[in-house]
Design a protein around this ligand. Sequence first.
Ligand code: DX5
Ligand code: ZN
Length: 236
Amino acid sequence: MVELLPSVLSADFTHLADQIAAVERGGGTALHVDVMDGHFVPNLTFGPPVVASLRKATRLPLDCHLMIDNPNEFIAAFAEAGANWLSVHYEACPHLHRSLQMILHHGMKPGVVLNPATRVDLIVDILPMVHHVLVMSVNPGFAGQEFIPFSLEKIRRLAEIRQELGLAFKIEVDGGVAHDTVAPIVQAGADLLVAGSAVFGAGQPERDVRALLAAAREAADRIMASQAAGGKSKIH
Ligand code: DX5
Ligand code: ZN
């Protein structure tokens, strides 16, 4: 079942608890937390203290996306703050296998993130270790950017590899997920949809989570119906 993960980066920070409650009511199933260091990406956001506050405000899993150099140095701090899922960038981890082992060792679900220019095939060997693969569909650093169309091909390729290898990792998509892009993203094979501007931008997070989820599930139902009718599967 496709899920919607609101990205708190676009929330109104003066009313964070209310905003979280609203996206929970709308059907959000985890909160996406964008951690940026001003080096790996050209922006600064928040770190473990904000994650610890979020932990007190919700029971939803916290999906922390580390856009930082040397992520290994912060894995323990995020675990302590209450992160549930922790993803690191392929491009920031010369010893990716070790980073994923560390995340597992700290009791969190590990994810690996691919920038738009990074090929899916580079991570095939570590796929059995991950809970999710996060496909960046914008260059990371800022909310509100336009979805990069060739990301759809990467999602399809990952879904194909997952089937070929008999694995169960989730395919997460982050960047430019909105009402006009959600259907092709789901059709390509995504399971976890991260959305910032499309959830918080209009000041109606509960309504907009609901609407995005409805559009995503409608797209998923269409695929099921076409498969049942002997049509093409979503990964072709
Ligand atoms: C981008 C972040 C995203 C961002 C998405 O660097 O990783 O999670 O919040 O924002 P939208 O949905 O507005 O593209
Ligand atoms: Zn993100």
